[in-house]
Design a protein around this ligand. Structure first.
Ligand code: ADP
Ligand code: MG
Length: 761
């Protein structure tokens, strides 16, 4: 049998979970351990160690032992995070083509997704042994605040490891799912996730099987590692005092201090005072090895950790402010991440939220458990879909196929049938779509596209961008894009207003390169905070309109094969709980290079629709977790002067899409390029550059006569799709998104082949 799993690919630890016989659980390795350290060590004998054996080599062979890759994945060489890691981490890093950050080890270089692929492969192996079956498909979780590049790079890692990604799921949503799936309650939940390297907090509404994210906030440089470092510093001070030698001068020695510090910290979660001995810190008279004996009490640990723990509440305050909630509005605080085992953290959480954190599910396994539930739901829906015949009788059979079971989540209440029916998602895989993409050399991330030659307009002070272009620029588009984004307008209103406006093209001056130029929208500078509030508010309003969802409560007491979906009243036709209708394979894809044959893209969805659409009646009582996530970052395109035209605001529910119209600036222009980024700054350069959108093979016509409506869609994975059409002809136009530093299809094939050939242990 081919099983599906959920994988929490963590910064520190990776956990793989499965949902079997109605129970979600983390899968143990042959030693009974469920936590796989996210560490990869390249052994001198040519094999690659992953997990615990790799972690053990951190002190023996630090230069060949790679960890904390999740902090770096999807980030280019020139970013602060990568620079910082390069300076601090003991293994070597290099700049690769296209500003990719590469890990250099034993004379080879590896891309970041390749390193993560080793960890995923290990997770897969653990799962296959535990389940006794092959595993080829998985739901993989990422932090809620991962941008498009980080999500795409994670997906690449899975593909390199030979795994098909059923979905990229946000970690807090997964945790909430493990907590609330099958409970049948309505609660407002805070997911407080304090891991090794990051802190995240997410506020969700849980209503029956609908999991709806209200707000999310995070700090990517705040975690248990910081506590380890604080302890290690204290130990180093002590070594300096005792032996007149500062271990910080030797990064490898200091890394041993950090590991010893982490162990102390763990033990202090249950003990009051702990002593450790660090061997051979330095050498004294006559070359005698000098050890360090160090004792720490829980009270001392709390003094060191206090300021770090306090910072988590700044982030909590942010999230509450975004959602316009107070702690009194919350019903539950779910503790996630290994650092929530620290008694000080538990205590401070209780003081801040005025209720004890919920931790009956293991905080380091809960994310993988939720991912497993979602994987099972998606796989169940796919199986069912393939079995759905048109007549209701057959559909009834399909919906009650064997394997639909009842059971109890650990600590949870009654649960619905396992084969929850979330439908086929628009898995707009960059990888899949890139298969028809341009050829590039194997093993090299795609080159960063050159910046626009001679296209930088004169520097402009911050402030609104005029809606009329100064002559001499090459920019332009129809008036639709001049609709002021954000402030005072919700997405629907914005779309409606955009559609209502006539699109007379703006005037443009002749560019120096007649057949290829960048066109960016002309808009007023966005006002992110008010736009955000507006989006949040509108979302609230619209979500209140979502009809109640049928819940397994209605079938409680019935064995699954006695559930007759036809008995459900039409009232219960909750589209959200049902499989998607068939979606043609040629839907707009991430980097689709072939012309699109579908109907014109819609400008916006009318409500924060979950990942599903309406379906035929016979399947209606099939329950499924419905996940309504939000995008953590504002998606923008670059405007004249380097400003942002915000397309999709931070915290907008996904899936969603927005359409902008771009107009040619010169006669017979064949190509248009637009830079796309994510982030909250009004200045494009201060945000993360995702890549460039290229519209090509445009119809030959005088300038201003070609108007291309481009739809930017964020799918349920929070990942970007683009599609475009020529407004005059209604035909699809070639639109390709080149993401910074990510491999194309051929490169990926090469990476996967190299990966498969590598011996792992
Ligand atoms: P991530 O999500 O970053 O992969 P985890 O959720 O696995 O991380 O948490 C890892 C962090 O939890 C590490 O900093 C680790 O030291 C810490 N941790 C794990 N167990 C304990 C414990 N018993 N007491 C204190 N900290 C712990
Ligand atoms: Mg985690």
């Amino acid at each position: 049998m081919n099983e599906v799993v959920g994988i929490d690919l963590g910064t520190t630890n990776t956990v793989v979970g499965a949902f079997r016989n109605g129970v979600a659980s983390a899968l143990p390795d042959e030693d009974g351990r469920t936590l796989i350290p996210s560490v990869v060590s390249f052994h001198p004998n040519g094999s690659v160690l992953v997990g615990r054996p790799a972690r053990d080599r951190r002190t023996i062979d630090p230069k060949s032992t790679v960890y904390s890759v999740k902090r770096l994945i999807g980030r280019s060489w020139d970013t602060e995070e990568v620079k910082r890691a390069h300076a601090r981490l003991p293994f070597d890093m290099r700049e690769g083509p296209g500003q990719a950050a590469l890990i250099a080890v034993r004379g080879e270089t590896y891309t970041l997704p390749e390193i993560s692929a080793f960890v995923l492969r290990k997770a897969r192996t653990v799962a296959e042994s535990a389940l006794g079956s092959s595993v080829e498909r998985a739901v993989i979780t990422v932090p809620a605040n991962f941008n498009d590049l980080q999500r795409a790079a994670t997906k690449v890692a899975a593909r390199v490891a030979g795994l098909e990604v059923l979905r990229i799921l946000n970690e807090p949503t997964a945790a909430a799912l493990a907590y609330g799936y099958g409970k049948g309650t309505s609660e407002r939940l805070a997911v407080y996730d304090f891991g090794g390297g990051t802190f995240d907090v997410t506020l969700l509404d849980l209503s029956n099987n609908v999991f709806e994210v209200l707000a999310t906030a995070g700090n990517t440089f705040l975690g248990g590692d910081d506590i380890d470092l604080a302890i290690a510093e204290r130990m180093a001070d002590e070594a300096l005092r005792q032996h007149r030698y500062d271990p910080r001068e030797d990064p490898i020695l200091f890394d041993r201090f950090r590991l010893a510090a982490e162990e102390l910290k763990h033990r202090l979660s249950t003990e009051q005072a702990v002593t450790t001995v660090v061997r051979e810190v330095t050498h004294g008279a006559g070359g005698k090895a000098l050890d360090l004996t160090f004792t720490l009490t829980r009270r001392e640990l709390e003094e060191l950790a206090g300021p770090i723990v306090e910072q988590t509440f700044d982030t909590c305050r942010d999230a509450l402010a975004v959602a316009r909630l107070t702690v009194g509005d919350l019903d539950q605080v779910l503790l996630v991440g290994g650092s929530t085992r620290i008694p000080l953290v538990k205590r401070r959480v209780e003081e801040f939220f005025r209720r004890a954190g919920e931790s009956h599910l293991s905080p380091d396994e809960v994310v993988a458990m939720g991912a497993a539930i979602q994987a099972s739901a998606l796989a169940g829906a796919e199986r069912r879909k393939s079995a759905i015949p048109p007549p209701p009788a057959a559909a009834r059979r399909a919906s009650t196929e064997p394997g639909v079971g009842r059971g109890t989540l650990p600590g949870g209440g009654p649960r619905p049938p396992a084969e929850a029916g979330l439908g086929r998602l628009r898995l707009s895989s960059m990888v899949d779509a890139a298969e028809s993409g341009p050829e590039t050399k194997p093993f090299e991330p795609r080159q960063r596209l050159p910046t626009r030659p001679g296209l930088q307009p004169p520097a402009r002070p911050p402030g609104p961008v005029p809606t009329t272009q100064p002559s001499g620029t090459l920019l332009g588009l129809g008036s639709r894009a001049r609709v002021k984004t954000g402030a005072g307008l919700g997405p629907e209103a914005e779309a409606a207003r955009a559609d209502a406006e006539a699109p007379p093209p703006a005037s443009f001056s002749a560019p120096s390169e007649p057949s290829e130029t960048h066109v960016t929208p002309v808009v007023a500078a966005p006002e992110p905070s008010s736009a955000l509030d507006e989006v949040t508010q509108r979302y609230r309003e619209s979500s209140a309109e979502v009809p109640p969802t049928p819940w397994p409560g209605s079938i409680e007491g019935l064995p699954p094969n006695e559930v007759d979906p036809l008995l459900e009243p039409p009232r219960a036709l909750d589209e959200a709980a049902l499989p998607l209708p068939e979606i043609p394979d040629d839907v707009p894809t991430r980097v689709g290079s072939s012309p699109l044959s579908q109907a014109p893209p819609s400008s916006s969805r009318l409500r924060p629709a979950p990942s599903v659409l309406s379906v035929p009646a016979p399947l209606l009582s099939v329950p499924a977790p419905v996940l309504v996530d939000v995008t953590p970052l504002t998606l923008s395109v670059e405007t004249v002067g380097g400003y942002c035209d915000a397309l999709i605001g931070r915290n907008t529910p996904v899936p969603c899409d927005r359409t902008r119209t771009f107009v040619t600036a010169v006669d017979n222009q064949t190509t248009v390029r637009v830079r796309v980024g994510q982030g909250e700054s009004a200045r494009f350069g201060e945000n993360t550059l995702l890549g460039e959108l290229e519209l090509s093979a445009l119809r030959a016509a005088p300038r201003g006569k070609v108007e291309i409506a481009v739809t930017f869609a964020l799918d349920t994975n929070g990942m970007l799709d683009v599609s475009a059409r020529d407004l005059a002809t209604g035909h699809a136009t070639q639109a390709q998104l080149y993401l910074v530093g990510l491999p194309g299809a051929r490169e990926l094939e090469g990476l996967a082949a190299r990966h498969a050939a590598q011996r792992t242990g």
